[in-house]
Ligand binder design. Structure first.
Ligand code: HEC
Ligand code: HEC
Ligand code: HEC
Ligand code: HEC
Ligand code: HEC
Ligand code: HEC
Ligand code: HEC
Ligand code: HEC
Ligand code: HEC
Ligand code: HEC
Length: 316
């Protein structure tokens, strides 16, 4: 046995001895996040104004799980705070109270030590990260139930900042959001996404297809704006024109189509091809069948795409 190994062996025995001695003297079990909590919970106990100990009822309180964070995993060792509170502040402060709140990067950094990757691959550079949000601007660690994780209560959290979407969801035609059936996180990955407006998939259509698969086709005749972006015609958060349309037919169609028979243009009507023989104005004293009732949809009724051999114009 060389001298180094002997030294290490002695050191090992020595440490074991010291540890055993400490255990016996202080009656402290093994170090571990959950047990170390005692350094904090001797002051922050059930009498705290805020229900700090409710964390033990959450996924962060599963004592048997070695990955479970303790008070100090999130708030830092906070040695000076333990020694002299409230004169000294804890290392990491997440919420407004007695002390100044730590900056967003520090706060998120604590969570990201365990929660990198997966749905958070695009957190850095996301609109939320860029606007100095931290994880706990949405997630509550000490609440028995984290509102943002529960479909029925999630929108409350988002609406504290997104008033415009709250207003849109009060309109006549909306997704069944209020009953908790389709919520923000069904379409958005609020941790960040490579797609526009932080939608879950890379594009808006792909996101909508996850539930509206029948709109994907494949169709013999595709309608270009449908394959491009559902939001060309639909307002995904709600509208007063069912079903969640940006504007009414025929105006919605006329915003893109000004060709033959779609307007009152003499060029169109005299240009051969289809002629309805009607005034095709949507307004005026003698509105056409194109403009009344279901407008263009009266004839072009399968607007998302058609498989009928004679349906090249989105008719049945
Ligand atoms: C000696 C008692 C004591 C110990 C030990 C202690 N704290 Fe505190 N802590 C306080 C007091 C007093 C305050 C001031 C606010 C209050 O009354 O809750 C405070 C405030 C805090 C705050 C900020 C709350 C706010 O309203 O701003 C956090 C976070 C905190 N402590 C975490 C910890 C953590 C984590 C530990 C263990 C590492 C710990 N404390 C240990 C007494 C203590
Ligand atoms: C020491 C590692 C660790 C740290 C630090 C940590 N967590 Fe966790 N977190 C976990 C573990 C373990 C789970 C349980 C995972 C499971 O059940 O699969 C979890 C679960 C969660 C969940 C899911 C809860 C649910 O109901 O499904 C959320 C949300 C979460 N953590 C947010 C946070 C936030 C926010 C922070 C920072 C304030 C944080 N975590 C810090 C380890 C950690
Ligand atoms: C803008 C609000 C918001 C912010 C900020 C936010 N989250 Fe989330 N988080 C959510 C929502 C909503 C869900 C539920 C997603 C779902 O059901 O698909 C969620 C789910 C989670 C989950 C559980 C599911 C999973 O993806 O593993 C973890 C863990 C989590 N968040 C951690 C974090 C961490 C860490 C941060 C900070 C880097 C963070 N969150 C920032 C809103 C947010
Ligand atoms: C998963 C990370 C995490 C762990 C573990 C954790 N905290 Fe917190 N703590 C937070 C966050 C985030 C907040 C901000 C309020 C919230 O999210 O509920 C907070 C807030 C607090 C506050 C301020 C009161 C409040 O609700 O705003 C105190 C005091 C506190 N924690 C003490 C503790 C103590 C004591 C422990 C151990 C029993 C502990 N924390 C464990 C993340 C954590
Ligand atoms: C059915 C899917 C869907 C749901 C549910 C949904 N969104 Fe969106 N959201 C979108 C799409 C698609 C866009 C992009 C709209 C566009 O480009 O016109 C968007 C855009 C946004 C924007 C950017 C501003 C804007 O309006 O273009 C915010 C903010 C937003 N959503 C927040 C929310 C919030 C908060 C919720 C929950 C209350 C929510 N969204 C629910 C699909 C959805
Ligand atoms: C603390 C405030 C806050 C909370 C809570 C919050 N957001 Fe945001 N969100 C912002 C800010 C700030 C921006 C960037 C500026 C903007 O676009 O309004 C943003 C941007 C967005 C965008 C992208 C907008 C775009 O133009 O690309 C979406 C989508 C979004 N938030 C959805 C949500 C959802 C869903 C929730 C709830 C799970 C939520 N937010 C919670 C503040 C918040
Ligand atoms: C999580 C699933 C889900 C996603 C994702 C989704 N939807 Fe929906 N959508 C629904 C449900 C559920 C309904 C209600 C169906 C019902 O009431 O029969 C609905 C209804 C609709 C309606 C008809 C509303 C009415 O009044 O008849 C339109 C239009 C619509 N969605 C468009 C979209 C668009 C555009 C997207 C993408 C931005 C999208 N949806 C993403 C689930 C989803
Ligand atoms: C060119 C405009 C336009 C585009 C783009 C569009 N829609 Fe529509 N959508 C409509 C119109 C108009 C209606 C009403 C049809 C009717 O009343 O017959 C409708 C109705 C719906 C409905 C309810 C009735 C039904 O057919 O199920 C859903 C769901 C829907 N659209 C989803 C989508 C999805 C998902 C996308 C993207 C893949 C999309 N729409 C793209 C114009 C459009
Ligand atoms: C965002 C723009 C946009 C909107 C809104 C729109 N379309 Fe289109 N539409 C197009 C484009 C682009 C084409 C493909 C044009 C081409 O192939 O020359 C197309 C093709 C068509 C065609 C087939 C034309 C052909 O020659 O095969 C019909 C019919 C049609 N649209 C009807 C409608 C109706 C009805 C509406 C209203 C419900 C509508 N469109 C709304 C952009 C739009
Ligand atoms: C009375 C039934 C009817 C109505 C209403 C109608 N269309 Fe058509 N549309 C047709 C028929 C039939 C064709 C095929 C023309 C052909 O075979 O030459 C057509 C062709 C088209 C085309 C492709 C050829 C072209 O002229 O560009 C477009 C685009 C179109 N319609 C858009 C519209 C729009 C937009 C409206 C509402 C303003 C509308 N249609 C209303 C029956 C109708």
């Amino acid at each position: 046995m060389n001298r180094l190994r002997l030294l290490l062996l002695m050191l090992g025995f020595g440490l074991a001895g010291i540890q055993g001695g400490v255990l016996a003297a202080d009656d402290k079990p093994q170090f571990g996040a959950a047990n170390r909590d005692k350094d904090c919970t001797r002051c922050h106990d059930a009498n705290d104004a805020k229900p700090v100990l409710a964390i033990y009822q959450t996924k962060h309180g599963v004592r048997g799980d070695a990955r479970t964070p303790g008070c100090q995993t999130c708030h830092g060792d906070s040695a000076s705070h333990i020694k002299d509170a409230p004169k000294n502040k804890p290392d990491v402060v997440f919420s407004k109270g007695t002390f100044e709140v730590s900056d967003d990067k520090t706060r998120s950094g604590q969570c990201l030590t365990c929660h990198t990757g997966k749905s958070r691959n695009n957190w850095d550079g996301s609109q939320h990260q860029n606007n100095q949000l931290a994880c706990n601007d949405c997630h509550k660690a000490h609440a028995p139930a984290d509102k943002v994780m529960v479909k029925k209560t999630q929108t409350e959290v988002c609406f504290t900042c997104h008033k415009e979407q709250r207003a849109q969801l009060k309109k006549v035609s909306t997704h069944p959001t209020e009953v908790g059936k389709v919520v923000c996180s069904d379409c958005h990955n609020t941790h960040g996404s490579p797609g526009p407006a932080m939608v879950k998939k890379n594009t808006i259509v792909e996101t909508c297809y996850t539930c509206h698969a029948e709109k994907r086709g494949p169709f013999l005749f595709e309608h270009q704006p449908v394959t491009e972006n559902c939001a060309n015609c639909h307002s995904p958060h709600g509208s007063n024109i069912a079903p969640m349309l940006i504007t009414r037919s025929p105006f919605i169609c006329q915003s893109c189509h000004d060709g033959p028979h779609t307007t009152d243009s003499p060029v169109g009507r005299n240009a051969g091809g289809f002629q309805s023989g009607l005034t095709q104005n949507a307004t005026g004293s003698n509105p056409s069948s194109h403009a009344t009732g279901r407008g263009c949809l009266g004839c072009h009724s399968v607007i998302h795409g058609s498989n009928s051999p004679s349906g090249g114009y989105f008719q049945r």
